[in-house]
Design a protein around this ligand. Sequence first.
Ligand code: BGC
Length: 738
Amino acid sequence: MKLRTTILAALAFCMSAAAQQSNPLLRNEEKITEIIKGMTLEEKVNMLHGKNMFSSAGIERLGIADIEYADGPFGIREEMEPHSWTPLKWETDKATFFPTGSALAATWSREMAYEYGKAMAIEARLRGKDMILGSAMNIQRIPTGGRTYEYLSEDPILSGELAVGYTLGAQDNEAAVCLKHYALNNQENMRGYVNVNITERAMREIYLTPFEMAVKRANAYGVMAAYNKVWGHWISENPLLQNQILRNEWGFKGIIISDWGGTHSTVGAAIGGLDVEMPGNTFMGQALIDSVKSGAVPMEVIDAKVRNLLRVRFAIPAVPKDVANTQITSQPKTQAIAYNVASKSIVMLKNDGGLLPISKKMKNILVVGDNATCTMAQGGVGAGVKTLYEVTPLEGLQKALKGKAKIKYVKGYEPKPRRRWGEKKDPDLTEWNKNVLTLREEAVATAKDADIILFIGGDNREVETEGSDRKDIDLPFYQNELVEAIAAVNPKVVSVMVAGAPVDLRIINKVSSSLVYSWFNGSEGGNALADVLTGKVSPSGKLPFTLPMKLEDSPAYALGVYPQKSETQQADVFVGLVDNGQNSKRKMEQKADADYTEGIMVGYRWFVSKDVAPMYPFGYGLSYVPFRYADAKAELKGTNIEVTFNITNQGRMTADEVAQVYVGRPDSKVERPKYELKGFERITLKAGETKTISINIPVEQLRHWNEFQHTWNIEKGKAVIHIGSSSVDLPLQTEIEL
Ligand code: BGC
C-alpha cells in the first residue's frame, strides 16, 4: 500500500503564500481602519502594555474585550492576582499537565503536536484565555540549558514541524499561540542581558527557521520577543528581527509582545517593532504618549500596533466572562490527548537482556527511586501547572500490574534540599547526607530477592528550571552509586530516566540491562510509562536531542564558549519582576557575551560531522519489534524531492516507527554538516506489515544562507539522501541531482 504523506508534511515552505492569503488575521482590515480612525491617542496606547499580569486592554467604549494571555506552554497556568504572582487558589483552574516540550518532540509526530495545540486551546477557552504563551521553541543549543525540558529539539526542522502542528491545533480551536522566545534565548544564565554574537547564517538556518515555519505555514498570531540581545541590540527593540525578518520577510501579521520585563526603552521598542510591553507600562504607557506628542514616535507606528492587536482580537472570539471558569479546566478529552502524547514519547535506549516488556513471570517487582513518586507539574522557577491530577510512575505501575505481580517500593535516594526562594541560608545537609547511605542500603537489601528492579530516577523540576542552567549534566543525588550498588547484587535492572534534558548516562547505562527515557510526561505520564514497560504499547519515541557521552563533547563546551566567564552574573531577570524592579535597573547595566562559535554545527550536526560518538544519537529510539528498511528511491517532482522506501514490521505486535530522512551535499562550496534532517514520518505498522512511505522534501529546504549576498541560495549538484531510524542508523542511501 502506498502511503500518502500526511497533509501537514506536504505543506511546503513554498505554500506559505497560500497560507498568507487565507490568514484569518486579515479578514477585518476595513473595520479595523474605521475603528482606529475614531480612537484617541490615549485609547490606542492603553492597548500597548499589560493591563494585568496576564492581559492587555481592549477598547471598553466599543465593547472590544481585553486580550487574556495564558502561560503555557505545557498546561494552562493557574489564576493569579491581577498585579502579582500570588495564586487565587480557585478550584476550577485545575488544568491538565501536558508532557513538556522535549517529550512532545520525542513523538516526532505532527499529528500529536496538532492534538496538543488543540487540547491546550480547549483548556484555554474554558478559562477565558485568548492567547497561549507557547509553543516554547528555542533550539536546545546546550545540554545544560535550564529550559531544555520546555523547548522542543536541537534541530530546526523537527522543532518547526512540531511548532506548525501546535499552532494549527491551537488556532483551529480558537486560541492564539505566542511563539517564544524570539529569538536566540538559548541559555537561562544571564538571559536577562546576555548578548548573542552569531553569524547571520547560523541565526537564520538554525535558530530562526522554526519560527519562520510556524509563521509562514501556520499563521501564528503571536510572537514573544526574548529577553536577550543579539549583535548588541535588545531583541524587543530590534528592527532587523522584528520589522524586517518577522514582518517584511515572513509576512507576520499578528502581535509581538515582550517577555515579562523584557522591554527596555520607549522609542526604541516602539520603532523597533514591539507591539505590547508586558506585564507593566514603564515604557509603553505615558512615556509612549509623550513620545508621540513630541514627534519621536509617528502616529502611524502606533496605529500599526493597534491594528495588529485588533487583528488578533477579531480572529479569536472573546469568551464571555460569565462562561469562563464555570467548569474544571482539565477535561477527559484533553487528558486523553495528554496520554496519547506521553505514550508515543517514551524512548527505549537499551534492552540488552530483553527485560522489557516486563514478562508475566516477574511476580516480585521492586520499584526504586524518588522519581517513582515525585510529581513534575510544578517546581523551580517559572510556569508550572496546577494540575487536576498527575499519575506518578509508581501509581501507573500499580494500576497496570494489579493482581498480576507484587510491587514493592523503596525510595533509594532523595533530592538534596535546596535553598528556596527568599531563604537567606543554604539548608543544613547533615540529615540528607546520613539518608544517602541508609536509603541505599535499604534498596540494596530489598533488591536481592526481586525478579526485576525498576529504577525510576533522573532529574526533577528543581534541577531543570527556568532562570538558570545546570552546572553539569550529572545524574544528581548519588543515583549512579545507588544503581551500581543495586546491580551488583541483582543485575536485572531496568532504569527509567524521568528528565526533560540530557543527563550523563555513562555509568547508569553500563549497570542497567534496559534503559528508558520517560520525560516530564504530564498528568498521564505514569500510565503511559506503565503501558510501555508492560508491553501494552511498543516504545516509539525518538530522541529530539543528542545524548552526549560527556558534556565536554557537545559543541559549545568543546569549543569553550559556554559557560561564559562572566564576573557580573546577577540574579535572573525574574527577580526584578517580583521585587518591584529593585534589581532590574542593575541588570540592564550588565554585559555578557555568548559567542555561538560553533555556527551551524549545533547538536547532531556537530557530532556526525566531527565524528564524535555520542552516548545515544539524535533521532534514536528502540522498539519491541525490529523494522526493515528497503527499496529507497528519490525523484525530483516539481519543487519537491519525493523520497520513497519500504518499511516492514518484522515483529509480533503493532508498533510505530519514526522514519527519518537526512540529506548531505558532498560537493557543496560552503561549510555544511555531513547531513541534516530534512524529512520524517511516524508510521503505524501491524505485525508483519510492509508499507511504502513517501516523504516530500521541498527543494527549498536544502537552502543555505549566503553570508555575502545576504540571501538564500540553493546549490546545484548532488544531494545524498540517507534514510533510517536515527541520525546514525541510516541503512538506505540514494542520490539525486539538483
Ligand atoms: C518567561 C516566559 C513566560 C513569562 C510569563 C517569563 O519569565 O520567560 O516564557 O511566558 O515569564 O510567565
